[in-house]
Write a protein that binds this ligand. Structure first.
Ligand SMILES: [Mg+2]
Ligand SMILES: [Zn+2]
Length: 161
């Protein structure tokens, strides 16, 4: 299986410069859906890996994140975009050390083992170097983009070759 791994904030939804955990504060990035469909049409599955350290900071709960993610996956499903899994790290490095917060790679390792993913055929897209560093520890090639891109303007051909 080949997978398009995605960071969440700044990639799927608009990075607001503060934690997003409410549906009302969540807006999909411009032209995201057609961008993702290009990968789905090439046989990629989609997995999201996101740091949600606001949970550790007590700013919101796992239930908040799970509710938002249920809504988000439903919105994507309605547009023909299936999300295989969403992995999130609830820890923050100012509170505790963990093995799952990017740039650590545990969440990638878990997904590779669970779904039998071929890392060499897979990709990671993130707006932060730590997203790419986490993926590269598992042999997954990463592409760094600006936060909140217009996905119509991101050159997809380089990613798909
Ligand atoms: Mg991000
Ligand atoms: Zn963690």
């Amino acid at each position: 299986m080949k997978v398009l791994f995605l960071d969440r904030d700044g990639i799927i939804n608009v990075e607001r410069g503060e934690y997003t955990f409410l549906i009302q504060d969540f807006s999909f990035a411009d032209n995201l859906f057609s961008f993702l469909m290009s990968f789905i049409n090439k046989g990629y599955k989609i997995i999201v890996v996101t740091n949600q350290g606001g949970i550790d900071k007590g700013l919101y709960s796992k239930d908040d994140v799970n509710d938002l993610h249920s809504w988000m996956t439903n919105e994507l499903n309605n547009r023909g975009i299936e999300v295989l899994e969403i992995y999130y790290c609830p820890h923050h490095d100012t509170i505790q050390n963990c093995l799952c917060r990017k740039p650590k790679s545990l969440l990638f390792e878990k997904s590779i083992a669970r779904f039998g993913i071929d890392p060499v055929k897979s990709l990671m897209i993130g707006d932060n170097q730590r997203d790419l560093d986490a993926a590269s520890k598992c042999g997954i090639k990463g592409f760094l983009v600006n936060s909140n891109p217009d996905w119509n303007e991101v050159r997809i051909s380089e990613m798909l070759k």
